[in-house]
Write a protein that binds this ligand. Structure first.
Ligand code: C2E
Ligand code: MG
Ligand code: MG
Ligand code: MG
Length: 288
């Protein structure tokens, strides 16, 4: 409803909506210069083998170190970056930076990078990945991109074509946040994902809800039957880890083992988190 503010101009939004738009506009403006100002940084969260506790790779997680507001969470700025299209240059930077950092790691460790739907529809994702691999010299099978099923919702043909071309480079593809979408199971038939990541919301309910246990167990059986590797994310308790290991989940990620951290602060996984098994613990601390 248009409101007369008394000075002959009309306002189409309530003050609250106005404020929200302003905050958003300021975020977009900040995002536009964030890369040039060196405000984007990547944290890395280790992913571990469920049996041995060895680190198999790390997920790159974007952080925005804002000059005035301090650290802004991706949950707040990624949606804005997607809507404004700025996720394309920012996402390209993430891929290049993460691959570069991973070249200094143990050569068996993988680097996982989140990729947004907008990066599939705009820009040249396949071409960018290809040139980054060439430039950094990172072995393609050490890079994994993480997509959610929303990538396949808007324009499945374009997305599938891009995924196939990326896979043809030797890069792996993971389906992130599995179980939270609308028709998760049908997406498993659209593309032969290398990995699925069971969403944190299921993992966190494991102790409390019998139905979550049944659902997670079924997800693990289906994915394993399809030859996919299964990672559970958001593991915070040893009970969750024990159950997930028991039903055959392959890899673990969560605060129980390690929080996301800057590359130079990456250390081993917390010892007590794997206290289940003493020999596994030794393997964990064999520096690789
Ligand atoms: P995601 O890809 O599902 O990443 C996992 C999120 O779970 C991360 O949140 C991580 O910090 C958090 N997490 C891991 N273990 C635990 C745990 O034990 N407990 C709890 N409570 N949380 C845990 P973060 O870093 O805030 O990222 C949120 C989302 O933002 C990501 O979810 C991803 O969808 C998006 N994102 C982050 N970095 C990027 C990026 O570079 N590009 C794009 N397109 N999206 C990104
Ligand atoms: Mg992810
Ligand atoms: Mg996830
Ligand atoms: Mg997520």
């Amino acid at each position: 409803r248009a409101k007369n503010d008394g000075r002959g101009t009309f306002r189409f939004f309530s003050p609250a909506m106005d404020r929200k738009l302003q905050v958003r506009q300021r975020l977009v403006q900040g995002l536009r210069t964030a890369l040039a100002r060196d405000e984007m940084i990547l944290h890395y969260q280790p992913v571990i083998d469920a049996k041995s506790g060895a680190i198999t790779g790390c997920e790159a997680l974007l952080r925005w170190q804002h000059s005035e507001r301090g650290m802004i969470s991706p949950a707040e700025f990624i949606p804005v970056a997607e809507e404004s299209g700025l996720i394309v240059p920012i996402g390209n930077w993430v891929i290049e930076h993460a691959c570069h950092v991973a070249t200094s790691w143990h050569k068996e460790r993988r680097i996982s990078v989140n990729v947004s739907p907008m990066q599939f529809s705009n820009g040249n994702l396949h071409g960018h990945i290809n040139s980054v691999l060439k430039k950094t010299g990172l072995a393609p099978n050490r890079l994994e991109i993480e997509v959610t099923e929303t990538v396949l919702v808007k324009d499945p043909h374009v997305a599938l074509d891009t995924l196939r071309r990326i896979r043809a480079l030797g890069v792996r593809v993971a389906l992130d946040d599995f179980g939270t979408g609308y028709s998760s199971l049908s997406y498993l038939r659209l593309f032969p994902f290398d990995r699925i990541k069971i969403d944190r919301s299921f993992v966190q309910d494991l102790g409390q809800r019998q139905d979550s246990q049944v659902i997670v167990h079924a997800i693990v059986d289906i994915a394993a039957g399809l030859g996919m590797t299964i990672t559970a994310e958001g593991i915070e308790t040893t009970e969750q880890a024990t159950y997930l290991r028991q039903i055959g989940c392959h890899e673990f990620q969560g605060f129980l083992f390690a929080r996301p951290a800057p590359a130079n602060q990456l250390v081993g996984v917390k010892e007590e988190a794997l206290a289940d098994n003493a020999t596994d613990r030794r393997r964990l601390y064999r520096r690789s």
